[in-house]
Every structure is written in C-alpha cells, then in structure tokens.
Ligand binder design. Structure first.
Ligand code: ZN
Length: 253
C-alpha cells in the first residue's frame, strides 16, 4: 500500500522504511495497482480518451489529469494531486516524471514524443532481450523500434532478462556497444532507472552474449505490485497489462 510519513515522505509499505512509523494511509494496493495502470494507459497511449492536452514532450497538467480522472471514472472520486505525486515518487522504475505541475511517462509511449531526456553518462554496454527465433535477423538488421516509437534498452543483463521473459521463458540477450554507438553520434537517452531509449542501433554495435538464465531467477512478484509488463525492455508484442482492459477505460459516451 501507499502511505506517507510526515518526516520521510511517501512509501509503498506498511511502515516507513526509515523510521518505522505507520504514517498516513493514501491508498491500498489494489487502488495503487489500478491507478498505475490508468496512468500508464493515459500517459503512454491514449491521453485523448481523457480529453487531456498533452504537450510535445508528453506532459499533461496534473490538475487536469486529476479532474479528468474524477469526471471519467467514479471510482477515482477520492483522488487528489498528491496521490499521483506519491505514485510517481515511489515508482521503483522511474516510469513517470513530475515537474512544474505537470506529469508524463518517461518511456514506452506508443506515439511520438520529444522526451528531451538526459543524454551522456551512458554505460559502456546496454542490453536488449530477443528470442531464439529472432536473434539472427536482429543481429543482421540492427535494432529498430516496433510498436513503440523508440528502441528500449536495459541497463543490466538482469533487467534485459526480466524484460525478455514477458515474451519468452528463455530470452536471448544482445549486448549493445552503447559507448561506441554514442561516440559515433547515436543519441541514447536515459528514461526510467533501468531504461535507455534510442531511435536505432545498427548491427555493428550488437553482439549476442551467453547468459546463464538460472542466475536470474524468475521474479515472483505479486501482480498487484507490478503494473504493466516489462517496460524496462523492448518488445514487439504490446503487453495486455500495459493497456488497461476495456472495463478499466472511461466510457466512450
Ligand atoms: Zn519515517
């Protein structure tokens, strides 16, 4: 659940991880899960369903977002701006950003956005999960965006394995010479905490690496804590979880 400690801010637990106080209740785990899915859907895929104006960097006004939620979905009548800020600040992957009264998703958009995220400081290598069936073609043609507008790279091998497991139990991992690519002028932006975005990576920067998958046990994570799929990685197939099921969406009337 999501709570707030007077002294240490928002936290997702029963007790403040710093001082152990119970703090103030903000929302239960189910509400947090629903809200996260709605945020992902609206900010990454369909702001228009909530009649929200989004700027070219993907930001919407937080108050307008909250108003739209309340208008469109009765179940969100209790939501106030600080609930959204609490979700953003406690998101372990940095999926969202809150700045100057506006909010946005930091990656995984299905439309064009000028994210204008930080570049530079990119690790020497980044990772990309694919499948045994696709590895050869990827190594031959390079990495290109599919349903998303950008190629999503993972910071660590484990991040890529987790991202890849959404599509296949045994992902094949590609190592990207991100340092070399950046040195050659390819722009790589840092999005979430473990996610980097780029428009394309040519084959010469890619190589397959052998990964002992048993070193990365399948995360046994309660679905309610894990909103949408594997945003930390790229994929060809849109995640069901990432797009709220129809009944989660505002009525079309
Ligand atoms: Zn505390």
């Amino acid at each position: 659940m999501l709570r707030e400690c007077n002294e240490h801010g928002y936290f997702r637990a029963d007790y403040c991880p710093v001082c152990g106080s119970e703090g103030r209740f903000l929302m239960n785990t189910e509400e947090l899960d629903r809200m996260s899915r709605t945020m992902a859907g609206v900010l990454r895929h369909f702001p228009e369903r909530f009649e929200l104006k989004m700027d070219e960097q993907g930001f919407v006004d937080l108050r307008e977002f909250v108003n739209a939620l309340q208008m469109k979905q009765r179940r969100y009548h209790w939501v106030r701006p600080h609930h959204i800020v609490a979700i953003i600040e406690t998101d372990s992957k940095g999926r969202y950003e809150f700045r100057d009264g506006k909010i946005r998703a930091t990656y995984a958009h299905s439309f064009e956005v000028k994210l204008d995220l930080p570049v530079g400081g990119t690790p020497d290598n980044l990772y990309y999960p694919t499948t045994a069936e696709e590895i050869d073609i990827v190594l031959e043609t390079g990495l290109k965006p599919s349903d998303r507008k950008m190629v999503h790279l993972s910071r660590g091998i484990g991040d890529a394995v987790n991202a890849g497991r959404v599509r296949t139990p045994d992902p094949v991992i590609i190592e990207v010479d991100s340092r070399g690519a950046a040195a050659d002028g390819i722009v790589i932006q840092k999005a979430g905490r473990t996610v980097y975005l780029t428009s394309e990576i040519p084959p010469k920067y890619l190589k397959k690496i052998e990964v002992d998958l048993s070193e990365f046990p399948v995360e046994e994570r309660p679905k309610r804590d894990e909103e949408p799929g594997p945003e930390e990685g790229p994929k060809e197939i849109p995640e069901e979880e990432e797009r709220p099921p129809e009944q989660e969406l505002p009525p079309d009337e």
